[in-house]
Design a protein around this ligand. Structure first.
Ligand code: OFO
Length: 178
């Protein structure tokens, strides 16, 4: 069992992670509309990763004998003034998620829920990578400014991020005719 305060916070976190996936998919759509295909690709991989994050909490709640409660995913931003603003928002979003994960860890420690700590520690570590990735690209975008050659080079680099095998976010992994 999981004490109610932590259970509620974990159910909320499933929602935040699914919302993260939806946010990154919205960013992918924006980049695709600008023909920045590498950035759109990077965001699709990230959208997949966020579903995995949601499912880690989903399964943890079930494994502990509790019930998952899914909530509404709200209408999100669909447009930005320029590509850099998207990356700035992505970094800000990851900082917000880090604070939510830290809050979950504080609740788990307060309630002495030692069983949740390995899962939460995984997320604490993961958030370092999530912040580094988005912050680095946001800073690179600041260096690029109006240099279109730099933008296309970064776009090409971001196109190399790999999908997990068989990801439904990977357009090469499914056949739309099926
Ligand atoms: Fe789930 O780490 Fe990003 O949001």
């Amino acid at each position: 069992m999981i004490k109610q305060e932590l259970l509620d916070a974990m159910n909320d976190q499933i929602n935040y992670e699914l919302e993260s996936s939806y946010i990154y998919l919205s960013m992918a759509a924006y980049f695709a509309s600008m023909n920045l295909d590498g950035m759109a690709h990077w965001m699709r991989v990230q959208a997949h990763e966020e579903i995995i994050h949601a499912m880690k909490f989903f399964d943890h709640i079930i494994d502990r004998g509790e019930k998952v409660i899914l909530k509404d995913v709200k209408q999100l931003k669909t447009n930005w003034s320029n590509p850099k603003q998207v990356w700035d928002n992505a970094y800000e979003h990851e900082q917000l998620i880090t604070s939510r994960i830290n809050n979950l860890m504080s609740i788990a420690r307060k309630l002495q829920d030692f069983t949740s700590e390995p899962l939460l520690q995984w997320f604490v570590n993961e958030q370092i990578e999530e912040e580094v990735n988005t912050s680095k690209i946001s800073q690179q975008m600041a260096l690029i400014k109006e240099d279109s050659q730099g933008l296309f080079m970064l776009d090409a680099q971001l196109a190399t991020r790999s999908f997990p095998a068989g990801s439904c976010f990977d357009p090469t992994a499914y056949n739309v005719a099926n």
